[in-house]
Design a protein around this ligand. Sequence first.
Ligand code: 7MK
Ligand code: ZN
Length: 868
Amino acid sequence: MSMQAKKRADYQPPVFTITDVKMDVRLHPTTTRVETTSQVKRLASEGNALALDGDKIQLDSVVINDQPHSDYQVVDGQLLISNVPEQFTLTIVNTIDPQNNRALEGLYLSAGTYCTQCEAEGFRRITYYLDRPDVLATFEVTLHGDKQQYPTLLANGNPIARGDNDDGTHWVTWQDPHPKPSYLFAMVAGDFDLLEDTYTTSSGKPVKLELYVDKGKRERGHFALASLKRAMKWDEDTFGLEYDLDIYMIVAVDFFNMGAMENKGLNVFNSKFVLADQDSATDEDFFNVESVIAHEYFHNWTGNRVTCRDWFQLSLKEGLTVFRDQQFSADMTSPLSNRIKHVRVMREHQFAEDASAMSHPIRPEEVIEMNNFYTVTVYDKGAEVIRMFHTLLGPQGFRKGMDEYFRRHDGQAVTCDDFVAAMQTATDLDLSHFALWYSQSGTPVITVSSVFDDSTGKMTVTLSQRTAPTADQRTKAALFMPVTFDCIDSQGNHYSDDDGLVKDGMVILDKSELTLTFSDVEEPLIPVILGNFSAPAKVHNDLNAAQLLNVFQYAHDSFNRWDALQSLYSWCINCYEQGTPEAVDDTIWQGLEAVLTGEADNHELLGECLVIPSFETLCQTRSQVDVAALNSARDAFCQAFSVRLAEPLKAIFNSISTSAYTYSQQAVNARRCRNQVLVHLARLDDQQGAIKTQFAQADNMTDTLGALKAAQAGQRQVFETLMEEFEQRWNQDPLVLDKWFGLHATTERDDILSQLTLLQQHPQFTIGNPNRVRAVVGSFAFFNTAGFHNLDGSGYKFVTDYLMELDKVNPQVAARIVTPLTQWHNFSPAHQQLMKTQLNRLLGVKELSSDLFEKVSKSLAYQSNSEQ
Ligand code: 7MK
Ligand code: ZN
């Protein structure tokens, strides 16, 4: 393992390439034998040795053109083979140990299933290879395994032959005709239930669809399969993209580090993004299944057919594919709640990452451990950048750019610059300035300031932008941003600017400052910007409570309306923090009451507007946070909200009926709204009955969990009773139990650490399963604000102790969970000290993984903005 950073600027094309690979794999728990025969060709003249990547594998033999070859050595994990011809056949035999592979990278055996994960650099744990995305080869794979234990043997592409061996094993040969990089390689062996279907593409080609799930879980797979068909249709309709093999397989496994993986023709999924039925899955789970199924399917074009030249270009495929899955979800469900969901991710997580030691552009400049760069910046900010192209070009222009991208680059491994160049052909706008989004990190802040002149009736509104220095970059330049602009008065009239700079409700902010003028104005107008979150920026717009309520009432853009209430809540919480809760006066409560009564039938908008900003979101507009003070201010405001608005809240609750479960958008919105109202009612002593009734009567997991979440905010005794009942009902179903683990781990209580210890002793808990670890330790570190940030330091220490154990088992998951500790700079000096103490303990660990090393060492070296 290397602790050395690799730099984007140091990219070199490969010296050799591999065009064809034949693999023969004999599965065995501890000594799986892998024989790999590759056609190797020299591309560049300099350098003699062929350098192959390898990790944790046992080399048995090297053969070149059928002759044993001994001129090789293993140096720093690489196999250096000297004295090789210009073009040759290379056969390597090695063994690997899938059973003891608990990092879940490469080939591993968990819960009786063999499975692989190769992105980003896991293939080198299977055999020595040119494990880089710009080496594309066709693969033919023969898998041998015990016929009883592993009746299903899968690999990429189409099955071309199968048979039985004399020793009770059987074999299947798979051929993938599409050249691919090694990170898209996959194999699976197990004993599954199978769901089958077919899809006929728009040009009339039939495709076999196969979904493999754990025995007994077949009925929970139907929604995923239906989602796949919707995604296939959508990509044909929206982008003219058809599937390109005869068979598309999805395998759901319980042990998986991430959400899912787009291996060519053979997706592997974390079972939580496949299995869903009304009893065991919430509306949110259904949504996630559909969106992750679509995401992996869309990768077939954006990722597989056109792939990344090197890992610094990860956003080329991920930002684009996230944008595509977001558009799909918006079309399948509803645009507003989708947009709000993604903006919450940006504000709670991406802005925090940008303000931390791990700050990086969507196309990172340097990387120690690639696994650490599957980030909200690369994915979600990357998708926001693609969205800006879409906004600027319009749907047709964007489609034209995409067509050109595929025309130029199908079958190639390319860069983000190649993507921008293809998009450029679809527009007269100069996109060169836009390239800065790929190289500059940090969150731009747009400040709105206005001057109203009573005597002339003129008003000017100035938008200025600034990006603060980040850990990785000191100097910043002005970005190119499409900014929606709406200007209203207190009666709800809308105004146009004198010079027509605002076109179709949008202005381009491409310099540090821009001024708009308005004439014939009788009162200070209210500027409303960044509707639909048109650029990934923060906004400073000093509106008072009355103005924010005006925005809610009159703005054209629903996102702006929602956002105005979020700002109002944040302002109110600030009053509580400052010890002036009375500033939240009757006019404000009446305004909020008007929101509730006025929108009582708009369940989608109201459901979102009733969510008080999370602690994490509130942190983004505050510095040196005193956790207990902010937390109790937020609690106090929530309490007042429940008491002051009890009557309209009860009225809404009673107006939404709970009819038999269907997963339709209208029903989802109604349930979300009702459950959100219930959380507010739960803070009232006389409403505990409503929670118990809902829990007892629910015919679906959404309402069951809604009752539990409400109970978590309500009386402890009710919560405990319902949680016990839930555990008895679901203790044999780990995927459902994760919800219970998560609720326990995020409950505020004095004895939370002993509770966590109990959870870890639960029969279903194991450190080897990432879903369990995330549900217990991850939920605590990310979302149990009071417990994690306890000023006696015990929360930080608990997480750190656990990470020390976890790092030996699964460094990738450990490095994700360490994130909240690395964001010490958000908090007050006392917190900072305690957090850094724990980070230092981690850094002192012998044989710390490169994953944790990179994040912990960067975090400790970081001088936060306030210290600069
Ligand atoms: C999503 C990579 C894979 C983080 C979020 C995913 C991963 C990590 C799914 C694994 C993916 N290529 O499709 O992006
Ligand atoms: Zn992806």
